[in-house]
Design a protein around this ligand. Structure first.
Ligand code: MD3
Ligand code: FE
Length: 220
């Protein structure tokens, strides 16, 4: 194993005791979202009531196993013509719901803690995994500006995250992510390949048989 893997950053400072550096630019903050969990679940309910979760189709014609929706000024959408960020929900043709303040605040605090101050996300992609759902290895490169990090918040059932390298063939490390974990991916980690292993069945006391992942981006 890489020697510095899972080393705590600045463990002497109690407020940073939970930061694990996976690689240059990639930090996991264990349990960082737990104090905000009630507000996050509240916001989530409001978002999915306005913009329902749906299974999008990839340009290759496959229906994704992960169900998605968005909030914020821009939302990630996919169809046969390609992937892009769009200001309107293609299903409702209305703007995406506003990003709840508590979402934006948590994302900015996590980014700052990980060394990316001043993060103002304009897009929050909501991914819902049911048992068996997975996300194949990919890069996130539809955002305009790769200098901004991506912040991801895991809620509900645990998942195994695959964190690969700069090329698809690089061996991926497996990172368990559980309810309340927040990960920040920026700088040299921003374009690394990543994915999520098929979700194992289980029952989460707050979310039931699913995992929700929120990813905050500066897309526009
Ligand atoms: C590492 N979502 O929506 S978030 C995605 O758990 C996505 O739903 C996963 O990948 C999920 O695009 C993983 C963590 C993540 C997001 C972006 C990254 C990890 C990343 C960009 C570069 C490296
Ligand atoms: Fe991704």
């Amino acid at each position: 194993m890489t020697p510095d893997l899972f080393d705590s950053i600045d463990a002497a400072r109690p407020d940073e005791a939970l930061a694990e550096q996976l690689a240059d630019g990639a930090v996991v903050l264990r349990g960082f979202a737990l104090p905000a969990q009630a507000a996050l679940l509240d916001g989530l309910r409001q978002v999915v009531a306005q913009a329902p979760l749906r299974h999008m189709v990839t340009p290759g014609g496959f229906t994704m196993s992960v169900a998605m929706t968005n909030c914020g000024a821009l939302g990630w959408v996919s169809n046969r013509r390609g992937y892009r960020y769009a200001p309107l929900d293609p299903d409702g043709t209305l703007p995406w719901p506003a990003m709840p303040r508590d979402f934006e605040r948590l994302a900015a605090e996590a980014a700052s803690r990980a060394g990316f101050p001043g993060f103002v996300p304009d897009a929050c992609l909501v991914n819902r995994y049911e048992p068996g759902a997975r996300l194949a290895l990919h890069q996130d490169r539809n955002e305009r500006d790769f200098d901004a990090p991506i912040v991801s918040v895991s809620l509900g059932l645990p998942a195994v995250f695959l964190f690969g390298g700069q090329s698809r063939a690089d061996k991926a490390m497996r990172v368990p992510l559980v309810h309340g974990d927040v990960a920040v991916w920026g700088g040299p980690a921003r374009l690394r390949y990543h994915g999520v292993m098929p979700l194992k069945d289980g029952e989460h006391p707050l979310l039931g048989r699913c995992r929700i992942n929120l990813t905050f981006r500066k897309a526009g």
